[in-house]
Design a protein around this ligand. Structure first.
Ligand SMILES: Cc1cc2nc3c(=O)[nH]c(=O)nc-3n(C[C@H](O)[C@H](O)[C@H](O)COP(=O)(O)OP(=O)(O)OC[C@H]3O[C@@H](n4cnc5c(N)ncnc54)[C@H](O)[C@@H]3O)c2cc1C
Length: 395
């Protein structure tokens, strides 16, 4: 067996692991990433791709911790998208330079007063009739429309931009298939007998999303605990050419519907429906969930002709650190146990914040003398990038 000393082994190739890998290598760490299946194939490629700035979280009319932590994220991503930020994401496909918020009636004095406060200055802007996106240009649209300082990205292109500079450091390996030598909470070695390789990691970052549950059992980790919050998402495939990127808000503290629009390989587009439609649909069958979503969309956008559309739905969990009463966590999360760093971004948008938290936990791991040995893993298998769910859901 060959032996390879590494500063950092990252488990899980979603946006969290890939962002962390790039930042770790930049910081001088000799790091690799193991992905058990396809890169981004957990939550990342199935997300709506919104780089939130926290406005949605302020719907309750109170500026929460979540909205202040996430506030800086759109700017950090925008710098990366121009190639001038901490990472180069200049090849990423930007689906929309803004996300919108609309209500059927007037937004209500509570929200308009709140949007006018200093906390929201530069983050929310009322849209004049002439500047509305096409989908809201219909005469029947009577509501208020706000433009948020948020953007929407094509996530597979984010995954590809993050993988490209790290190609020689990413491998298709399931940690559960490896032989681990552990003393107390320290993973001393990771052996891959079929590949004749034994890795001695200084640190192991576990960014495995929902996969943490089985890893925690296998590694006998009692802390941190994970929670999952399920969704029943709906997709509408069509060729309406009405790109829609918006939260529709009602009286509650969560959007009634969040709609994003994604290109399909066959030239059609998909409206991807989240928000309350997805959160309340857990007990509905796929047929009932689709019927419910059709009714909601007809009520929200009654002028759109839905007769030539195809519908599909699927269930997915969001995986996060456990909170009291299953509420949404406020920020990215990383906790060190022995030499394992267990981390969840809790939002795709918070990946930069997650790397900020992980890197200081690895600060004493850099071993420049060992930095030349990566060739020992070049025979390991390589993962593909995951396909969007709408490419496989419609026959
Ligand atoms: C429907 C939906 C919509 C969302 N929309 C948004 C949005 O618009 N904006 C936003 O900011 N956030 C959004 N989110 C949240 C966001 O998608 C997640 O916070 C983020 O993608 C999590 O990234 P991750 O890398 O931690 O997890 P994942 O993307 O799930 O990646 C974990 C990876 O670990 C791998 N893995 C698991 N176990 C092992 C193992 N034993 N060995 C090796 N690899 C392993 C998995 O195969 C997987 O690829 C959304 C989430 C969902 C579900």
């Amino acid at each position: 067996m060959n032996t390879l000393k590494l500063d950092l082994v990252i488990i899980g190739g979603g946006v969290a692991g890939l962002w962390t890998l790039n930042r770790a290598v930049q910081a001088g760490l000799n790091a690799v990433l193991f992905e058990k299946d396809a890169l981004g194939g957990g939550q990342s490629v199935r997300s709506q791709g919104i780089i939130h700035g926290g406005t949605k979280y302020a719907l309750s009319g109170v500026l929460t911790q979540a909205s202040s932590t996430i506030k800086e994220m759109p700017q950090r991503w925008r710098e990366c998208l121009t190639g001038k930020g901490e990472l180069d994401l200049s090849t990423v496909n930007i689906l929309s330079d803004a996300h919108y918020m609309w209500s059927k009636g007037s937004l209500g004095s509570r929200m308009t007063t709140f949007f006018a406060t200093k906390a929201f200055s530069g983050r929310v802007e009322e849209v004049s009739e002439e500047s509305r996106p096409d989908v809201f240009k219909n005469k029947k649209f009577k509501g208020s429309l706000y433009r948020l300082n948020e953007l929407v990205l094509d996530v597979p292109s984010v995954i590809n931009a993050l993988r490209a500079p790290m190609e020689d450091r990413i491998f298709k390996i399931d940690l559960l298939d490896c032989e681990l030598e552990k003393e107390s909470d320290v993973i001393q070695s990771i052996a891959l007998p079929t590949h004749q390789l034994r890795i001695l990691p200084k640190q192991v970052a576990i960014t495995s999303g929902e996969g943490f549950e089985s890893l925690a059992t296998s590694l006998n980790l009692q802390q941190p605990e994970m929670q999952t919050r399920p969704l029943h998402m709906v997709m509408v495939k069509h060729n309406l050419n009405l790109p829609t990127f918006a939260h529709c808000i009602g009286a509650g503290s969560k959007p009634v519907a969040t709609i994003t629009t994604h290109p399909c390989a066959d030239g059609n587009q998909v409206w991807y429906l989240g928000g309350n439609i997805a959160e309340t649909g857990l007990e509905r069958s796929s047929e009932a969930q689709i019927a419910f979503a059709q009714q909601e969309i007809k009520a929200l956008l009654p002028w759109v002709d839905l007769s030539n559309t195809q519908w599909s739905s699927f269930h997915i969990n969001r995986a996060e650190p456990k909170q009291s009463s299953l509420v949404r966590p406020d920020a990215a999360f990383a906790q060190k146990v022995g030499n394992c760093i267990i981390a969840w971004p809790t939002k795709l948008a918070l990946s930069p914040d997650l790397a900020d938290q992980i890197l200081p936990l690895c600060a004493d791991s850099i071993d420049a003398a060992e930095n030349q040995n990566l060739h020992l893993c070049q025979h390991l298998p390589k993962p593909a990038t995951a396909q969007p769910v709408w490419e496989t859901s419609f026959c």
